[in-house]
Design a protein around this ligand. Structure first.
Ligand SMILES: Cc1cc2nc3c(=O)[nH]c(=O)nc-3n(C[C@H](O)[C@H](O)[C@H](O)COP(=O)(O)OP(=O)(O)OC[C@H]3O[C@@H](n4cnc5c(N)ncnc54)[C@H](O)[C@@H]3O)c2cc1C
Length: 467
């Protein structure tokens, strides 16, 4: 499909040549994202301000042309793949810090500012923007908010939604929405900020965001605890969560992930370890020793095999080596990997891990899980030979069984990566028809022509659910 001549001429009048791409060679790099899915757009544009985005959306409405907002394409679900063609709206050049008010603990950033830049600027005043996806260097504020992203620090702070005070965004009709305030408390009107966060570019294009910052603790200790099994490790996390000054970061490696990295670990983990916890304590330096000791007390309990503490940089890095070694180890192990990011209430996590162990045994597939355990968020990696269609199909079926079980455990299909294309057929498993209808009505109110990121989140035919 290509743009009709008139629409193409009008688009060319809206964006100068250096900020539009209309040829295949120029648009192709915007056909895919980190999901490895791809679909070529008809055009890519690089707006520089709000007015250009308003004009673009009005143009798209007039011609019924799909628009796919895009940050840096680091999402893993196909959320920024333009499956319906049309125009990719790349926000990467809308990358200005508009205002930084440390005393009021907020920073106003345009949508295309990379997360890392926000962190660097906030750090100059001893502050932190808590959403810290591992992709911080190549993911934007707009993309983070549109996917409701989070990272390791979600253990203490939770995800993006809590750290945005307000947005400037353009609806699917070209209306400028100014949501929220510059205050930490605001009790006026419907909360459109919360609605737009996590909407994956389907309700509005985020242009600017007022981000809430928190004080950055100056001192850090790392604890590494190994347990006989995941259930004992989760018991320890439940004890940690009862602390008033709880962990800043709390990561779990299950038996299979530990097995992959254990041979290279220094200090080594005891033989027979079935789970490992990595815990960051971040505090005011005057409290670090006391709070770290409280963490150690909480980590001690039935099933604990080994507990290490590191205070200086090199030692801390050595303890984190287990976690960092995982992704490269997975890449060496298999050509194919289905990586899901399910979450369940923490007390149900041992049931999920036991189910995965059974599933690995019954399917013969290697399943390796690790994740942000304090939030019950587990990254489940189903490894397979990509060149073997039978094994690939078995891995996909295994993912379906995983989703089904996660929902019976009161969980969610995605704790942080979102829906995109990958999980759209499974949304009806999690969200019932009346609730989906209410969501569809909101979509119709903000994007009546359905031009914003079509095919994402809602509307895909439901996948058959295992009997
Ligand atoms: C190595 C790696 C590590 C990662 N680690 C994490 C992690 O720890 N936690 C985590 O949550 N995610 C993680 N991710 C996933 C990814 O980085 C996040 O989803 C990120 O928020 C996407 O940002 P982006 O700028 O790349 O957005 P894109 O991928 O370009 O877009 C993502 C979605 O947001 C929409 N969108 C983008 N910008 C806007 C805008 N301005 N207005 C409206 N909609 C918009 C797009 O349409 C799309 O639906 C990781 C990815 C990689 C590759």
């Amino acid at each position: 499909m290509s743009l009709p001549d008139r629409a193409r001429d009008e688009l060319a009048a809206l964006f100068p040549p250096e900020r539009r791409r209309l040829d295949k060679a120029g648009t192709w790099p915007y056909a895919y994202d980190n999901s490895r899915r791809e679909a070529a757009p008809d055009a890519v544009v690089f707006p520089l301000d709000l007015d250009e985005i308003v004009a673009l959306v009005r143009w798209a409405n007039a011609h019924r042309i799909p628009l796919t907002p895009r940050g840096l394409g680091s999402n893993t679900t196909g959320a920024s793949v333009p499956v319906a063609g049309g125009v990719v709206v790349s926000l990467e050049r809308l990358a200005r810090i508009v205002e930084f008010r440390p005393q009021d603990r907020f920073l106003v950033a345009q949508a295309g500012v990379p997360n890392r830049r926000v962190q660097d600027i906030a750090a100059t005043a001893g502050l932190l923007w808590p959403p810290d996806p591992t992709s911080a260097a190549y993911a934007t504020v707009g993309g983070n908010l549109a996917t409701h992203a989070s990272g390791p620090h979600a253990a203490r702070y939770g995800a993006s939604r809590r750290y945005v005070l307000g947005l400037t965004a353009v609806s699917g009709e070209g209306a400028v929405l100014r949501t929220g305030t510059r205050t930490e408390k605001n009790a006026v009107g419907y909360d459109l900020t919360d609605l737009l966060v996590g909407s994956e570019g389907t309700l509005a294009i985020i242009v600017e965001a007022t981000l809430a910052l928190v004080p950055r603790p100056a001192a850090r200790a790392v604890l590494r605890a190994t347990y006989s099994d995941v259930a004992r490790a989760v018991d320890a996390v439940l004890r940690l969560r009862a602390l008033a000054h709880g962990p800043a970061v709390c990561e779990l490696l299950d038996r299979a992930s530990l097995g992959l990295v254990a041979p290279g670990l220094e200090p080594p983990v005891p033989a027979g370890s079935g789970a490992l916890l990595l815990v960051d304590v971040e505090e005011d330096p005057r409290l670090l020793e006391t709070v770290t000791a409280l963490h150690e007390q909480a980590l001690a309990g039935p099933g604990l095999l080994d507990l290490r503490r590191a205070l200086d940089g090199a030692e801390r890095e050595a303890l984190w080596a287990a976690r960092r070694a995982l992704s490269p180890a997975l890449r060496r192990l298999a050509s194919g990997k289905i990586n899901e990011d399910v979450a369940v209430p923490l007390s149900r996590l041992p049931e999920l891990v036991a189910f995965l162990e059974d599933l690995a045994a019954s399917t013969g597939l290697r399943i390796v899980s690790f994740g942000h355990v304090a939030n019950g968020n587990l990254h489940v990696n189903i490894l397979h030979d990509e060149a073997d269609p039978g094994e690939r199909a078995r891995a996909e079926e295994t993912a379906r069984l995983l989703f089904d079980r996660v929902l019976t455990l009161e969980g969610t299909l995605s704790g942080e990566h979102g829906v995109g294309l990958a999980k759209a057929p499974f949304v009806p498993w999690q969200i019932d028809a009346p609730t989906r209808a209410a969501m569809a009505a909101l979509k119709a109110a903000l994007d009546p022509a359905g031009i914003l990121n079509p095919g994402k989140i809602l509307g895909a035919p439901a996948a058959p659910r295992p009997a």
